[in-house]
Design a binder for this molecule. Structure first.
Ligand code: 1CP
Length: 342
């Protein structure tokens, strides 16, 4: 196995960590903005295999990252289940809401998601042919809790209030929704693997707002179920879990879910993670994405501090969250140089 990213995921401690960035294909790149304009809008870009493959490849050509993440979105799964989805410029996603058992009845059965998601599998097929030999192809999906927060509220929310309210008033129906998304995610990620994804990542962007038993039931348990099902079908597939802002609950998360790697946001220190999380295996992270905007000596010193503090075990270098549209592409090159010379 020569690909660095797969070696780190297999538990190997490397002298220089493999590097990629969340949202590495995005609006901070002029070539991305050009291709997006050609596609018309964001969703048309997601569903156009040639253009989606093109934007996935752009940051690889420019920076030579070790990982290429499929260009798509976590909200394509609710859409494939029958929810309406659209994006409001400058504001973000909007979905038709699911707030009652009656709304569930309107949804499609999970086996039907492939019809809508087929272009995504085509994107992966193109990428597995076109990526450089040393680059690892990463597939992904949203975690059930995070996807549910959008399906219930119909949009992004700061505190996930509507989803928490639904969970408190009708935990049984809420659990049915989580189970449905869990099953759809298993089918979606399996199909991604069959189409060429060499690793899959589960984004639980809002895991941090689940506490105690809720974290066990709706962050940990669904991740465990998805990972077990994927590994039953594809025993050698590595899985990265990202329970963002899980704090202390990062401890033991890999063991409890079967994940091969836990991705860290930048609210925890890499020194703490080395002691408490990396003891169980590979970690990914966790430079604050603001450094990609501000640059300067802090970018270099922070990238090197993180690299050095996680050098004692398997590590994949990444940001703590996605790169933002106002980032300077030159800072990305500086970050890579800093990590490789740390
Ligand atoms: O071009 C544009 O203007 C659209 C911006 C954009 C992009 C580039 C959106 C809308 N999604 C994406 C791509 C995307 N989304 C990827 C592609 C691969 C990559 O380069 O990383 C991935 C992995 C995602 C995942 C995603 N979408 C998450 C989980 C990760 C995270 O950032 O926390 C979430 C929460 C979404 C929902 C979403 N899609 C887009 C936006 C603006 C949002 C956030 C909405 C909100 O809560 O306000």
């Amino acid at each position: 196995m020569t690909k660095l990213l797969l070696r780190a995921l297999a538990g190997e401690t490397l002298p220089t960590p493999p590097i990629w960035m969340m949202r590495q294909a995005g609006r901070y790149l002029p070539e991305y903005r050009a291709t997006r304009a050609k596609a018309g809008d964001f969703l048309s870009l997601c569903y156009n295999p040639e253009l989606a493959a093109e934007v996935t490849l752009q940051p690889i050509r420019r920076f030579g990252f070790d990982g290429a993440i499929l260009f798509a979105d976590i909200l394509l799964v609710p859409q494939a289940l029958g929810a309406d989805l659209w994006f409001v410029t400058g504001e973000g996603p909007r979905l038709s809401t699911i707030t009652s058992a009656k709304d569930f009845a309107q949804l499609k059965s999970v086996e039907d998601i492939h019809e809508r998601l087929n272009p995504i599998y085509q994107t992966l097929k193109i990428l597995s042919k076109e990526l450089p030999r040393e680059t690892t192809l990463i597939g992904f999906a949203g975690a059930p809790w995070t996807v549910a927060t959008y399906m219930i509220a119909g949009r992004g929310t700061k505190d996930q209030g509507p989803a928490h309210a639904f969970k408190s008033t009708d935990r049984a129906t809420f659990s049915v929704l989580i189970d449905l998304i869990t099953e759809a995610t298993i089918l979606y990620l399996s199909a991604q693997i069959e189409a060429g994804a060499e690793v899959v990542k589960i984004f639980d962007s809002w895991a941090g707002s689940l506490k105690g038993r809720d974290f066990d039931d709706f962050a940990l348990a669904p991740a465990k179920r998805i990972i077990a099902a994927l590994k039953e079908r594809h025993p050698s597939i590595p899985v990265i879990a990202f329970p963002r802002e899980a704090g202390d609950r990062y401890i033991g998360f890999a063991k409890a879910t079967g994940a091969d790697c836990v991705a860290l946001d930048n609210s925890v220190s890499s020194e703490w993670a080395a002691e408490n999380v990396q003891v169980d295996g590979c970690v990914q992270g966790n430079l604050a994405s603001g450094h990609m905007v501000t640059g300067g000596p802090d970018l270099v010193s922070e990238a090197q501090r993180i690299t050095r503090s996680l050098r004692g075990g398997p590590h994949i270098f990444n940001l703590g969250h996605g790169i933002t549209p106002d980032a300077d592409p030159d800072n990305v090159a500086r970050m890579i140089e800093a990590v490789r010379t740390a």
